[in-house]
Design a protein around this ligand. Structure first.
Ligand code: NI
Length: 161
């Protein structure tokens, strides 16, 4: 396994639309492993292909240390409902957070590492993480949608008040 370099805002790669993965090769499996390792090491809850320079429709999401690791190849939101307004951040935009409106509930269809298609329905923070990561595959950053941006420091001070 290898720790991958995470690209940051300003890098053109983050703004490109990703192509689907037609075949799950050993390289894709290694990429999934490396992306999970990179996400864990960076204390993130999700990571998408373009963030590590790979313009393919692939993401990993894990919102809780003991919770499931979602490996998603060619993921698609097939159903969504409700809305939630909350803070989110991104490993590609260090030190900042923004308030973003997201669906409260989403169902995502994706292919796993064995080539098996599956569906997962998520609510709350996990739904937010899925939406955020899937946006990356179309070159969309949360800053495009944020109603308000602040630094991590400003947020911490606000919470102290
Ligand atoms: Ni992100």
């Amino acid at each position: 396994m290898a720790y991958l370099t995470i690209l940051t805002e300003g890098d053109e790669t983050l703004r490109k639309k990703c192509r689907p993965i037609d075949e799950i090769t050993p390289r894709i499996l290694t990429l999934l492993d490396d992306m999970a390792e990179t996400m864990h090491k960076a204390n993130g809850v999700g990571l998408a292909g373009p963030q590590v320079g790979v313009l393919r429709r692939i993401v990993v999401v894990q919102t809780e240390p003991d919770g499931p690791l979602y490996e998603m190849i060619n993921p698609k939101i097939i159903e969504f409902s409700g809305s939630q307004l909350d803070y989110e951040g991104c490993l590609s935009i260090p030190g900042k957070v923004g308030v973003v409106d997201r669906p409260d509930k989403v169902t995502v269809e994706a292919t796993d590492r064995n080539g098996v298609q599956y569906r997962v329905t998520a609510e709350g923070f996990l739904a937010r993480a899925f939406c955020h990561e899937l946006d990356h595959l179309d070159g969309i950053l949360y800053t495009d949608k944020a109603k308000r941006m602040m630094t991590q420091d400003e947020l911490e001070h606000e919470e102290d008040d």
